[in-house]
Design a protein around this ligand. Structure first.
Ligand code: RI2
Length: 316
């Protein structure tokens, strides 16, 4: 049986109460640990089946951020032992290891990203990314004065979260509507965004609007930095698989009354888009910074070419 806390976490991910690729991965690992701790399975086979079911429930929430399947795979692959007790211990330990590594990776990445930011720089942000925030926080910790132009990021306005967290760091913030980005690109030194998935060719899948922002930034000569832990590398793209782009409910774009008032229209609400590698200057990871075209080397090293889905049916 899937534990109620796992169900609740899955619902929160689907509803975006829990959001952001790294945060989703962290919550999924924590949920698997709860499932393992609370399981009353009486045989090792029953325990494994339960863990698979829990992972499947978490997996089938949002399709784009690869950090989620990467987290589930990591935890399930650590499940070892011939008794329920041993399986429980190894699973919980593996989930805890994952969460600790994630936190460490983010602060390492922050220091790498901060290296690109000079004292007095102005950074333009899109959406809310904890990896991108880590770079600004590290720069501020190094004593640099950093200012931010924050895009509000329709339809869900995650820019407000970025603005609030930057103010907590004492960073001066100017909030602009998404359409104003081009107008202000001459005044910024970097575009800094996160990523939900990075493909083997160096394409960056991130919040809808990133691709257009990158085109504008290229036009203005503003460098584009992507802050993404290696957890965001999408191993299945090594074998040619495309990254699925989530389509969300149209009510996020227009409320039902206004829609009815407007008349017979179609509404589309893709949550992400794809920025080609030629529009990205650097991908900053906890393993250093990479030109997007060379990220494939790191992907092979970390994930190899076989991609397992241990949450799918069959013995775990
Ligand atoms: P961190 C978010 O997606 C944004 O696209 C953001 O850039 C990305 O996840 C990475 O976030 P959403 O969950 O992992 O808001 O850097 O749809 O926190």
């Amino acid at each position: 049986m899937v534990h109620p806390e796992v169900d609740a976490t899955a619902d929160d991910i689907a509803e975006m109460e829990i959001r952001g690729a790294a945060t989703i991965a962290d919550a999924a690992a924590a949920a698997l640990a709860t499932q393992a701790r609370e399981s009353d399975a009486d045989t090792p086979a029953a325990f494994r089946t339960e863990m698979q079911e829990a992972a499947r429930r978490l997996h089938d929430t949002r399709p784009t951020a690869v950090s989620l399947p990467n987290a589930l795979r990591y935890v399930l692959q650590g499940m070892e032992g011939a008794t329920v007790e041993r399986l429980r211990e190894t699973t919980v330990a593996r989930a805890e290891q994952f969460r600790a590594d994630l936190e460490q990776a983010q602060s390492k990445l922050g220091r790498v990203g901060a290296g690109r930011i000079r004292d007095g720089d102005v950074v333009m942000t899109h959406c809310h990314s904890t990896d991108a925030m880590a770079c600004i926080e590290a720069a501020v910790d190094q004593g640099k004065h950093v200012e931010a132009l924050v895009k509000e990021t329709r339809p869900r306005n995650q820019g407000h979260i970025t603005a609030r967290q930057l103010r907590e760091l004492d960073v001066p913030v100017t909030l602009v509507v998404d359409n104003a980005a081009h107008r202000y690109l001459n005044e910024v030194d970097h575009v800094l965004v996160g990523a939900d998935s990075i493909a083997a060719d160096g394409s960056v899948v991130n919040k809808i609007g990133t691709a257009g922002l990158a085109v504008s930034a290229r036009d203005r000569g503003t460098p584009i930095m992507v802050a993404a832990q290696t957890l965001k590398l999408h191993p299945a793209t090594l074998t040619g698989q495309a990254v699925e782009i989530e389509q969300r409910d149209e009510s996020e774009v227009i409320d039902p009354e206004t829609r009815a008032d407007v008349g017979d229209i179609e509404v589309r609400n893709p949550a992400f888009d794809v920025t080609p590698p030629r529009h990205v200057d650097a991908i900053v990871t906890e393993r250093g910074q990479f030109p997007p075209e060379s990220i494939v080397t790191l992907m092979r090293e970390l994930y190899g070419e076989s991609v397992e889905h241990p949450w799918e049916s069959g013995p775990a």
